[in-house]
Design a protein around this ligand. Sequence first.
Ligand code: G1P
Length: 307
Amino acid sequence: MQPILPSDRVAKAVIPAAGLGTRFLPATKSTPKEMLPVVDKPAIQLVVEEAATAGLRDVLMITGRSKRPLEDHFDSTPELERALQDKGDTERLEAVVASSRLATVHFVRQGEPLGLGHAVLCAADHVGNVPFAVLLGDDLIDARDPLLSEMIALRERIGGSVVALLEVPPEQIHLYGCAAVEPLDAGTDGEAVRIVDLVEKPDRDDAPSNLAIIGRYVLDPAVFDVLADTPPGRGGEIQLTDALRVLATEISPDKGGGVTGIVFRGRRYDTGDKLSYLQAVVRLACERSDLGPTLVPWLREFLATLD
Ligand code: G1P
């Protein structure tokens, strides 16, 4: 096995967070959608916790106007900490302090909403010429299912870029980037596949598979040069999927290393629209030891009162 050079290690995470959150208006009129609570933590904190758990303690958020609360949330809050300390409320004090110590969080603004690919390109100067992870905040991966660590391990073993894939019902594939895949060479994980083509949000009849890209990527820095030349695609936006397609199909593997996928079979929570957000909050609250034992029986009773 080849030794992993320092330049091959994945140490930085990029979290695009510039979206307007229009699906949650008016709640997101003056609050970023990333700050909506999932039980008692803002969704963005769960994403940063996931990055930190995978060993990524250098986090770059791609933000835009009206996203100041994100900066405040990951900063320390001396007044609040002092007040909690004076009250002897150590549990809440620890929770508050922990949120500002998860990672070193940097911010850069996207400026114009030109698409996910453009948001990732905004990270080029910060990331430099090393592989990095991208985590999309609308997808939450259960902390008990170590998807990102497996993706990083695959990158460190065989190079190239790695995307997370999920089998979805055919009627949902138009909501996602979709991958055409082949088995990886013998000797690699059963769940890992080679990606031979990608298409952003295909119609059901044109989709090459039912494998959807979910919002976790480990990217070779070659993606930046490709993104810089990627024209607007679906929806008039510069699409990350289109740049990955070039890495998978057009660029010599010596340069970008190709693209592989890991088919995820764990627990994923979508917080991208109202219904799935509510489902995520209820599922996660039911599993909490402080809330579940009261919430679950109440839910059962409540459901029995519905038609
Ligand atoms: C983005 C990507 C898409 C991916 C999805 C995962 O789409 O463009 O390829 O499948 O995230 O959540 P969005 O949901 O931002 O429209």
